[in-house]
Design a protein around this ligand. Sequence first.
Ligand code: SF4
Length: 210
Amino acid sequence: MAELRISHYVDETKVLGPFVRSALWVHGCCFNCEGCLAKEMNSREYKAADAEKLAEHFLSVKDTDGITISGGEPFLQAEALSLMIRRIRDARPDYGVIIYTGFTFEELKDKNNASTYELLGMADIIIDGRYVKELDDGVPYRGSSNQRILLLTDRYKDISKEYYNTSGKRNIEIQVTGKNIYMVGVPSENGLKIWEDLERKAEVSSNNGL
Ligand code: SF4
């Protein structure tokens, strides 16, 4: 059994990559970016999840194009995530994978680590680099302008220009699952204010996006 430390997941979202996708937030990060939206989430207890069972779960969600993995830092759990994606792709070879990582692509390549390479090799897109508050320019789908949207395969080549259009707006979804309320996506300044207000009023536990 390969254990993943996760914060939560949602079955469907439209704001973390092209088409309808599942999204998974892994727990824990090795960086300490000022203004990180995931800080509170990462300071809470993590949930232990079996990578193969998670794979089964995501496979049971019908009509998704793939998954977006965020965190936390996914590449700290590269081995278990690779296993999860391998299991999903055994059943659905066309399953798309997008990963948000605080490492740059070059740092990941320099790691010289088999699990890192395997996970990187399974990603169609990575959005890379630390969040830099001063470079938070409101562009959609990433936290700050130093972060790059890197197409590692041709899978989203035709749609990427239109989807990751830099003149577009940031969108979030507020999702409620049981007693939990989640913000999904990269929020605009206004979106973040609305979310924080909602969090203050809500008597439920909450989790910030990506
Ligand atoms: S890399 Fe991402 S999750 Fe990690 S501290 Fe920076 S903003 Fe937060």
